[in-house]
Structures are given as structure tokens and as C-alpha cells.
Design a binder for this molecule. Structure first.
Ligand code: ATP
Length: 805
């Protein structure tokens, strides 16, 4: 690029910045002023309104004034919000107004338009010419999708063809052009090189300036009901997902608000990790939750669902303990399609037989027995769905309770309680009664007037019998108080013995088969039954049972739905079972779903293969409504690290490293833990001295993490943080973290605490080691105190360095 280009670009930048500055200055008083005005109106709202209800006309007038005042206020506030948004977006643009430029000639015209692209649009004073185009505008997609040459883009009005004659990237900081590249490839590598070479942050960054073509397809996909992204570790799935949220909020700004988008994230810490990306792009954050939060909410009251991390910890640390194999079989089975189908059959079976109810009791007396409910329930039309019949039974129970309540009024226990009422209760009833008396007087008055008008006399002239009324009222209040919780529990379906309904699936193999239309069971079924029942007896549920339990609950109580949500994002999607997907689909009937994941990192037993043709996920909404995108280029790690990690995975050859160089992963074998710990501490110090700030010692389990943390502290690692499942915020610095909590995040340097065959031996731990290693951006170092894990031993020797002993 020659000096003339630089000169022109500098001048243009100066010009745009001047315009931004003057517009900001122009808006400033308005933004501040409108705010004051609105605040002032709010403050004086009631001063302007005189409440007068003396006559109907006065009342009407008051009503209109209030309405008028609030309309003025609402208008001012709307205006203020809009101006503030503009003002904020200009302030955001000012230090770095744009990052890209394309020159585009539309087919059939001679005009070559210069399009500058930034995080939001900015119009010239004429209100028509774009000085900056928002990166989400249709034309801006050219920048991400093409290199110079023929290039087309889609608009709501159809496809536009033309030629891209120039593509330029800028790095602008604090109002100055730091760098400028003319790209021949789609989004040239130079800028990406620079971006990726930087250090890891405690917060994820937006990738708006360097979105890659295949990522752009994910961001802008607007047609599919289900978008599945299978992407290698570090291929930008999470980054693309967040950019997609920003895109959707922009494109559908009239209809979709940030709180109508929900992201299911792998752990609470992850939520804080990604929380700054959208605000950086000028958008509000979507809702974030974890599946566990959801389970706790719906089940937590009666049964405590186990945490997925506790399940994981068990799988990793309980080998060799009694029942281990059975539990593993149970975990796999309970996440399977086969179990989902078995439960559907079970639902049908319950429609004919086997519903379990809990009798309704009052003071050790059975008011309505479970048998009576059973008879009533199976007396309903059997062609009605299970849930509808449960609702019929619920209505019947409420009626029964109302009539029983009336009958109880004269019962001896009521009499007895009457005598023992304390002063407060008495005073309360007395107060109500006096209010009632006024009403009673009024009613009396009204009746006598009406009778007089109708020329009819009442049979009986009764005075307000205060004492009698008082007693009747006290009785009613006593009985009502006792029946209130009964009614409440009927309304909440507590008359269904849900634990028994779910538990009877685990009585015996023969019973299970009979109730599920002959479903096959895993070989260790009787032990699985024992474990499941034992857990439920302690009012707990295994993690693998939680979603199936909820599923059965909804078969009975009806499906819970949230129709507000329009987009559901599931990150680390390989870690969810078919069950969970089935569940999410029902829960959000009006939402489109975006699932991002990597089967290479499927470390949970309930994993779902995202991209397989027979994947549950593809079937969820049907193939025609599903779009599958694969990302194979890995951006996080250096070429050397990607070459090392991909060799661990069968089929890993398809993963393409981005060409950023660094040292090969370093393998250090030491005899004894003491030596290893001392070496790790020394290596951390050396990495820090090199300028790396985020360093993670990654362990396999939480138990190992605690031990490692304690041991490393003894060797001088006092400032090492210990990350546990309770950690909510991700901080910069050096830390010790179990691999399953490090999912989705990244570090400058990763030190795998113990990569021996004892630590990562069985096949199912391959992905665990892979996940740990792929967290590294610039440096990867593995340690072992015994033989190397078979997954390391199998690697070609030219992919790593061995540290001198
Ligand atoms: N187009 C891009 N431009 C700049 N950086 C990018 C781009 N795509 C990805 N990255 C960077 O690569 C790293 C990995 O991205 P991200 O965490 O989104 O990947 P992921 O696919 O979700 O990874 P994982 O599955 O391993 O959690 C991040 O530092 C991100 O900023």
C-alpha cells in the first residue's frame, strides 16, 4: 500500500471522527436534557394531576389527565432511550470507527461504492449516505464471504451481483490507524494472526473484525429451525454463537428482545466468561442458564437432583468400588433413545393401569383414600390422554374437598379448637365479622327495599345474630385453615405419588418389561434398580434420572412451556442427552434452536453425537428443518499444539490448524510427585517471566485438583487459585482446575498435571485428555510420574519435545 493510500485513509478517518464528535456534542445536551425532563415529569406527575372523584365527571377528568400525563412521559422516555442509544453507539465508534472497507461495483452500474464496516452504522448529515455500515447489514456480509472478484449478497429484495474491487482491513486504536492490509484471501491472515497471537483474557472477546466465512454462515443462518454446529476445539463455536445473538437482535430488532434469547451454558463460571461480548457490540446480554439450574427449580423441592459434576467425579474416581459398572450402565441407558421410548410406552401403560396416588389425610384420618382416587381415575374415559384424566381427577378432588370441608364444620375437633383459640385468632375473626356486619346491614337494607318494591314480605324477620354468626365464622375459619394446605397440594398435583410412579420402573426386570412394552434392559439391571431406589429413598435423584423423572412428571401433570423464548442456544451441545433435547424442544415450542458442540470433547457418558446422520438431534425437528455446519479450522491454539492434539483423536486429521507458530508441546517425566510438583512451580514461574498471564494446571478430577492445589502450594505456589464447581467468576492468573470445568475456556499456557497411564488409561478418558490439551493457546506442557498415557504414547515423536530429565 502506498503513501497516498495511507494519506487518504487517514484523512477519511479524521473526517468521520470529526463528524462523530460533532454529532456526539450535538446530542449530548439533548440526551442529558431529555433525561432531566423525563425525570422532572415523573417527579411532578402527581402535582399535575388533581384527584377528584366527587362526581362522575370529575372522576372521568382525573382519569384522562393521568392518562395524558403518562403518555407524555412514555413518549419522552422512548425518545430519550433512542437518543441515548445513538449517543452510546457513536461513543463506541469514536476510538475505532471501522475495521473493514470494501469497494463494490454492482452489476450494470459504473459506480464503485466504498463501504466501510464497523460495529454499528453511522449516517452522514444528509441522513442517507452511510459513512459506516453496521457489520450486520446485508452488504457487509460481502466482507466476510468473498475475496476481491465477483461477489454477491442477499437482500430482502433479492440477490445483488457485482464485483468486489478492493478489500481492506484496518486496525484503528484511539482514533489512529495502526495498521492496514489489503486482503486477497477472505479476511486476510495478517489481522487474524495478530488477534490470535494475543494473550488469553478472563473474558471472551468479540470476533467481529475477523469473522471467517464458515462462521458467517452460522451467524446469519435465518432459515433453519435447528442449526447444528459440529466444530473442532477452538474453531470459534462459542464466538460465532455470540455474534449470532447480536446479529439476530439487529435483524429482528422490531420483534425479538434480548430476554427472548436463552443460552444454556456448561457451568455458571462460563456465563461470566462470555458476559462482555454482547455489551461490547452494543447489545444487551441474552438470558443465560444451565440445565442444572432448571432441574433444581422444578425438582428441588421434593428431590435433590445430583449435579452433573458430581456424576462426573463419581465416574472418574470410583472405579473399582462396588456397583460402579452398574452405575455406568445406568448412566448410558438412562440417556438413551431406548429409555425415552420405554418411558413413552410406560406413559401408555399408566393410562391403563398402575398410576400411584397418595391418600389425602386430615389429622390422621384418611379423607380420600388412594384406592378411591384410583377407582375414580380409571373410571374416566380411557381414550383421554393421561394428563387430561389427571386434571379431571384434580377437579373431582377439589370438589370433594369442598364438600368435606362443609361436613367438618360440626365435627368435635372443631368444637375443641374453638375453645382453645388464642386471642389473636379470635380478634381476627371478630374484625372480619364486624366488616361483615356492615355488609350484612347493607344487604338487609337492600333486601327490605326490594321486597317493599315487590310488595312481598319476608317469611322471617331475622336480626343479625351476632353470637351465632361469630361462632359459625370461627368454625369456618378453623376448618378452612386446615383444608387450605390440602387444596394447595391438590392444585400442585401432589396427590400423584410421583416418586412411586417413577420408582416402580425399577422393581424388577419382568415388571419393567411388562410396563414398557417389552423394553430391553442393560445386563446389570437389578443393581441399577437397587441404586436408583436407594438414592430416591434419600430424597435424591441421580443426574441421569433427573430429566427422565421430569419427563414422567410432565406426562402426568402436562407439559410446561415457555412461549416467550424465540431462540435457544445450547453450547457444549455434545454433553446433553437425547432426553434433554426432547425436553428443551417441548419447553420452548416457539423457539429456534442452535446447538454448538464437538463430539471430540464428549466427556460425559450421556453425550449426543451432533453430526451423525442418525443423531437424535437431526431427528428432533426433522432433516428438512435442520442445517448442519461443520467447522474444522481451529483458531485457538498454535499449529504445533493443534497437530499434537488432533493426533489423539480418531478422525482428527480433518482438523485444520491455523498457521500460527509456537514451540511444540513439551513432555516432562519425573520420578516422584515431589519432583513433578517442584518442576511445575518452576515452569509456571518461567512462563510468567515470558509474559504469559493466564496459566492453568489442569487435573482430571476435582479430587485430584484439591490435592494438586495443596501440594503445589507447599512448593511455593501460594498464589495459585483453586477452581471448583462453586467458582462463579473467572479470574486472570495461574490456577488449578479440573478439566470438566475448563470446558469452553482457554489459557495462554496449559500444564497437564499428570498425564500418565494411570491418570488417562481407559478409552473413555481419551477425550478428557484431549479436552484438557485443547485449552492451550500458546503453550502446552504435560507431566507424568509414571508411564505416559497410551494416548500420548501413540503420538508420532515429531509432534512434541521431551524435557531434559
Ligand atoms: N474469526 C475469528 N477471529 C478471531 N478470533 C477467533 C475467530 N474464531 C475463533 N477465534 C478465537 O479462537 C478462540 C476459540 O474460540 P471459541 O472459544 O469460540 O471456540 P470453541 O469452538 O467454542 O472452542 P471449544 O469447543 O474448544 O470450547 C477464541 O480465543 C476466539 O476468540
Amino acid at each position: 500500500m502506498d503513501a497516498k493510500d495511507w494519506q487518504q485513509e487517514r484523512e477519511r478517518l479524521e473526517e468521520v471522527r470529526n463528524k462523530l464528535q460533532s454529532r456526539i456534542a450535538e446530542l449530548e445536551p439533548e440526551v442529558a436534557g431529555l433525561h432531566d425532563q423525563a425525570a422532572d415529569i415523573r417527579r411532578r406527575f402527581w402535582e399535575e394531576v388533581t384527584i377528584n372523584t366527587a362526581t362522575d365527571e370529575d372522576f372521568e377528568e382525573t382519569f384522562h389527565t393521568i392518562n395524558q400525563q403518562s403518555a407524555v412521559l412514555a413518549e419522552r422516555e422512548r425518545g430519550h432511550k433512542l437518543l441515548t442509544q445513538q449517543w452510546k453507539s457513536m461513543n463506541r465508534l469514536l476510538p475505532s470507527p471501522y475495521f473493514g472497507r470494501i469497494d463494490y461495483r454492482e452489476e450494470g452500474t459504473d459506480f464503485r461504492e466504498q463501504i466501510y464496516i464497523g460495529v454499528s452504522s453511522f449516517l452522514d448529515d444528509d441522513g442517507l449516505s452511510f459513512l459506516i455500515y453496521d457489520w450486520r447489514t446485508p452488504i457487509a456480509s460481502l466482507y466476510y464471504d468473498y475475496s476481491p472478484g465477483p461477489a454477491s449478497y442477499d437482500t430482502p429484495g433479492g440477490r445483488i451481483d457485482g464485483t468486489m474491487e478492493l478489500k481492506r482491513q484496518f486496525q484503528i486504536q484511539h482514533g489512529h490507524i495502526r495498521n492496514m492490509f489489503d486482503a486477497s484471501e477472505t479476511i486476510g491472515d495478517e489481522l487474524l494472526q495478530q488477534v490470535l497471537g494475543k494473550g488469553a483474557d478472563s473474558q471472551m472477546k468479540s470476533i467481529v473484525a475477523t469473522i471467517q466465512k464458515e462462521q458467517n454462515a452460522i451467524i446469519r443462518d435465518d432459515a433453519s429451525r435447528m442449526l447444528i454446529v459440529q466444530g473442532a476445539a477452538g474453531s470459534g463455536k462459542t464466538s460465532a454463537a455470540l455474534q449470532r445473538v447480536a446479529y439476530l437482535l439487529y435483524k429482528h430488532r422490531q420483534t425479538i428482545k434480548a430476554d427472548q434469547i436463552v443460552l444454556f451454558s456448561p457451568n455458571p463460571m462460563f456465563a461470566s466468561y462470555v458476559s462482555t461480548v454482547l455489551p461490547e457490540l452494543g447489545e444487551e446480554n441474552m438470558q443465560q442458564t444451565t440445565f442444572q439450574e432448571y432441574l433444581d427449580y422444578w425438582l428441588g423441592e421434593s428431590l435433590r437432583p445430583e449435579d452433573p459434576f458430581d456424576q462426573m467425579e463419581y465416574v472418574l474416581t470410583a472405579q473399582g468400588t462396588p456397583g460402579y459398572e452398574a452405575r455406568l450402565q445406568g448412566i448410558a441407558y438412562k440417556a438413551s433413545d431406548a429409555y425415552l421410548q420405554a418411558l413413552q410406552h410406560y406413559g401408555a401403560w399408566l393410562g391403563q393401569d398402575g398410576m400411584r396416588f397418595k391418600g389425602i389425610r386430615l389429622q390422621n384420618r384418611e379423607l380420600i383414600t388412594a384406592e378411591r382416587m384410583h377407582a375414580e381415575f380409571y373410571g374416566y374415559d380411557r381414550s383421554l390422554p393421561l394428563h387430561n384424566r389427571v386434571v379431571l381427577l384434580q377437579e373431582w378432588l377439589l370438589k370433594r374437598l369442598a364438600s368435606l370441608e362443609r361436613k367438618e364444620l360440626g365435627a368435635a375437633w372443631v368444637e375443641e379448637e374453638l375453645n382453645y383459640l388464642d386471642a389473636d385468632q379470635y380478634a381476627e375473626v371478630f374484625g372480619v365479622l364486624h366488616k361483615d356486619r356492615e355488609l350484612f346491614d347493607l344487604a338487609e337494607h337492600y333486601t327490605s327495599v326490594r321486597e317493599r318494591l315487590n310488595n312481598k314480605r319476608r317469611e322471617e324477620e331475622g336480626d343479625f345474630d351476632f353470637a351465632m354468626k361469630e361462632e359459625a365464622m370461627l368454625r369456618r375459619s378453623i376448618v378452612k385453615e386446615r383444608f387450605r394446605p390440602l387444596r394447595k397440594s391438590v392444585k400442585r398435583f401432589l396427590f400423584v405419588d410421583l416418586q412411586a410412579v417413577y420408582g416402580q420402573l425399577f422393581e424388577s426386570e419382568a415388571a419393567y418389561r411388562a410396563r414398557t412394552n417389552g423394553a430391553d434392559v442393560p445386563t446389570l439391571w437389578s443393581e441399577i434398580c437397587r441404586q436408583t431406589n436407594e438414592k430416591m429413598l434419600g430424597s435424591e435423584l441421580f443426574y441421569e434420572d433427573a430429566t427422565p423423572y421430569l419427563y414422567v412428571k410432565e406426562l402426568i401433570e402436562g407439559v410446561r412451556t415457555n412461549t416467550e423464548i424465540r431462540h435457544v442456544f445450547v453450547d457444549e451441545g455434545q454433553d446433553y442427552s437425547s432426553f434433554q433435547y426432547e425436553y428443551l424442544k417441548k419447553l420452548f415450542p416457539r423457539a429456534r434452536m442452535t446447538v454448538l458442540g464437538d463430539f471430540g470433547q464428549a466427556i460425559y457418558m450421556q453425550s449426543t453425537h451432533l453430526a451423525a446422520s442418525d443423531s437424535t438431534l437431526v431427528r428432533l425437528y426433522g432433516e428438512a428443518d435442520t442445517c448442519l455446519i461443520r467447522l474444522v479450522r481451529s483458531y485457538r491454539s498454535t499449529r504445533e499444539i493443534v497437530e499434537f492434539t488432533r493426533a489423539m483423536l480418531p478422525g482428527g486429521e480433518e482438523i485444520m490448524p491455523f498457521d500460527r507458530r509456537g514451540p511444540k508441546p513439551l513432555l516432562t517425566r519425573l520420578d516422584g510427585r515431589e519432583k513433578r510438583n517442584a518442576r511445575i512451580i518452576a515452569d509456571i514461574a518461567a512462563l510468567k517471566a515470558e509474559g504469559f498471564e493466564s496459566i492453568a494446571v489442569i487435573t482430571k478430577s476435582a479430587a485430584e485438583c484439591r490435592d494438586a492445589h495443596a501440594a503445589l502450594r507447599l512448593h511455593g505456589g501460594e498464589d495459585l487459585q483453586l477452581i471448583t464447581q462453586e467458582t462463579v467468576e473467572f479470574e486472570r492468573g495461574a490456577m488449578v482446575i479440573p478439566v470438566y470445568l475448563a470446558k469452553g475456556v482457554e489459557f495462554d499456557a496449559v500444564l497437564v498435571y499428570e498425564a500418565s497411564d494411570e491418570a488417562y488409561g481407559p478409552e473413555n478418558e481419551r477425550k478428557l485428555l484431549y479436552t484438557a490439551c485443547t485449552r492451550a493457546m500458546h503453550r502446552l506442557q504435560l507431566y507424568a510420574t509414571g508411564e505416559w498415557s497410551p494416548f500420548v504414547q501413540a503420538l508420532p515423536a515429531d509432534l512434541f519435545e521431551i524435557a531434559p530429565y
